[in-house]
Design a protein around this ligand. Structure first.
Ligand SMILES: Cc1ncc(COP(=O)(O)O)c(C=O)c1O
Length: 359
């Protein structure tokens, strides 16, 4: 099977498994654990923040960040397709007790004018803006990278109004590679940032939330509240350390695979995707022209040995990662091409029949 559903499928490397065996087994929730502390310090350094806290998942780092930045009843402004609004099951409202407003955006970047209009103070008649949120790379925008100038503008606007900024940087290293800058140049435009070692970086589990020392101290209490304190987390942190040390520099390979995939789809039919839109390791494929929904495409591709998940009714999301080689990409494109031809032929026959019935 060529599994293009997610970069979270990456298995730990031999070096990771080795480091996990040798890791410390301190109780991180009681006395602290040396390996966890090392990972947290590395994460803070990479993102240019004072401190970090190791958390089981990206969703939980985001939740802990909102709980730490904002009071219940405050309003969070974030791009309307953000992972937090579309894939975290409403924890923002249901658990953190926050209101939110999705700001329309282009390729994951909020419309600055609309954002500026949405910012408001707390008065006796309205809830004020408690937090501004960015996501880089942006998942639903197909791994799009927020330009630094955009991030700077959002940060500037927030600063002016005294509003904190969180960056969901689940794939910040992919963004950094694409922009050709260290991740701290991206994270400088936020007060807190989280990233995952469990995605393209191949560690089995974990995300790190980074920010000022005072912020992280408060975040640790919220992490405990939502059940995210881990005990002997040393082995997980050990894999995370190896991920940071050895897996970042290979991410360009995943970006090249994604480009190759997009170029393959584009050659089949230009309506499927524009390779110019592919900046990192995600490729969104628009299936409308086939008249066949993404769920059916996913099922049909599975019969040809290709696993891929629907992103919405008419879109498939392909994710490249360490276990996807150039021949895998070509095989996936080949399987897709066969099905594409068949589905267009079927659609033509169906359309002609419908026309005849109407006549
Ligand atoms: C942008 C973004 N944020 C957060 C998450 C959540 O991470 P996790 O699956 O570790 O909860 C994801 C997962 O894909 C993501 O893409």
């Amino acid at each position: 099977m060529i599994d293009l559903r997610s970069d979270t499928l990456t298995r730990p490397t031999e070096a990771m498994l080795e480091s996990m065996r040798e890791a410390s087994f301190g109780d991180d929730s009681r006395d602290g654990d040396a390996t966890v502390q090392k990972l947290e310090a590395m994460a803070a350094e990479r993102t240019g923040k004072e401190a970090g806290a190791f958390v089981p998942s990206g969703t939980m780092t985001n939740l802990v960040a909102m709980l730490t930045h904002a009071q219940r009843g405050g309003e969070v402004l974030l791009e309307q397709g953000s992972h937090t609004l579309t894939a975290e099951l409403g924890g923002i409202a249901g658990v953190a007790g926050l209101f939110y407003r999705g700001i329309p955006g282009k390729r994951g970047a909020m419309d600055l004018e609309r954002l500026g209009e949405a910012v408001r103070p707390t008065t006796r008649h309205q809830m004020g803006t408690a937090l501004i949120w960015m996501e880089n790379t942006h998942n639903r925008a197909g791994g799009a990278v927020l330009p630094l100038a955009h991030m700077k503008a959002v940060h500037g606007l927030a600063r002016e109004k005294g509003i904190p900024v969180h960056l969901d940087g689940a794939r910040i290293f992919n963004a950094a590679i694409s922009l050709g800058v260290p991740p701290l140049e991206i994270a400088q435009y936020s007060d807190s940032v989280c990233f995952c070692v469990s995605k393209g970086l191949s560690a089995p589990v974990g995300s790190i939330l980074c920010g000022s020392a005072a912020f992280i101290e408060r975040a640790r209490a919220n992490r405990r509240m939502v059940g995210g304190n881990m005990r002997q987390a040393g082995p997980l942190a050990a894999a995370g350390i190896v991920a940071l040390e050895t897996m970042v520099n290979r991410l360009p390979e995943d970006h090249q695979s994604a480009k190759r995939l997009a170029e393959g789809f584009h050659r089949i039919d230009a309506s499927l995707c524009d390779p110019k839109d592919v900046e990192t390791n995600l490729v969104r494929v628009d299936l409308k022209k086939s008249g066949k929904r993404a769920a059916q495409w996913s099922a049909d591709l599975k019969t040809k040995g290709v696993l891929v998940a629907p992103a919405d009714t008419w879109t498939l999301r392909f994710v490249t990662h360490r276990h996807i080689s150039a021949p895998d990409v070509d095989a996936a494109v080949g399987a897709f091409a066969d099905l594409w031809k068949k589905s267009l032929d079927t659609k033509d026959t169906k359309d002609t029949k419908e026309k005849q019935i109407r006549i």
